[in-house]
Design a binder for this molecule. Structure first.
Ligand SMILES: [Zn+2]
Ligand SMILES: [Zn+2]
Length: 203
């Protein structure tokens, strides 16, 4: 809709920046880049996804693909969603930009016992993303259902399947583990590299 040069059958959230550039329009600067700052071509080519809360006051954007997407079947996620599982897209917080509205962080107990910060719209209170104790605020677990195109971030792994609700039938071909997992075993090398940069504080 916001794309001035719509391409039939093109996923709305993907490669928008690249399409605008290919169409000869002025490319949009990536998140947070002040005008005049050098922009890497690789950044322009990254997919961009946007999302919002239910009242739509809070809108956000994530730049680049998620590092990994969890489908979590733990009882905690079931309780928080009121459903069978939670879908979280893990992405560096530096790639997440708040476009409008105001959020609040709510300290919430978590499965690990270390707690999590759930970031919610301060009007409709919908949960948009979380920070967990492990990596802390530099890593965001974005609630996939709040993306404008939630279909664009399917799970890379099913976790805590030991408490999966029995009617949920998992698809073949996607890793599924009874509890948590070793990221070195499952994450793509590029995501592991991005994580290193993130933890070094340079992302
Ligand atoms: Zn809201
Ligand atoms: Zn969970």
């Amino acid at each position: 809709m916001r794309n001035q040069h719509p391409v039939p059958n093109s996923p709305s959230a993907v490669f928008r920046a690249a399409l605008v550039e290919m169409a000869g329009a002025a490319p949009r600067l990536p998140c947070g880049s002040p005008p005049g700052q050098n922009v890497l071509m690789s950044e322009l080519l990254e997919p961009v996804r946007e999302g919002h809360c239910t009242c739509r006051l809070v809108r956000y954007r994530i730049r680049g693909n998620p590092l990994f997407v969890h489908c979590c079947h733990c009882r905690w996620c079931q309780r928080e969603t009121g459903a069978a599982f939670a879908l979280n897209a893990l992405i560096e917080t530096s790639r997440l930009e708040l476009l409008s509205g105001q959020v609040e962080r709510v300290a919430t107990p978590s499965n690990s016992g270390k707690g999590q910060q759930i970031v919610r719209c301060n009007v409709c209170r919908i949960a948009l993303w979380s920070h967990y104790a492990g990596a802390g605020p530099v890593l965001s677990f974005v609630r996939v259902g709040t993306l404008e195109d939630p279909d664009s971030a399917p799970p890379d792994i099913h976790i805590f399947t030991s408490s999966k609700q029995p009617w949920v039938v998992l698809p073949g071909g996607i890793p599924a583990v009874p509890e948590y997992y070793d990221r070195n075993q499952y994450w793509p090398p590029a995501s592991l590299e991005r994580r290193k940069v993130m933890l070094a504080g340079t992302a």
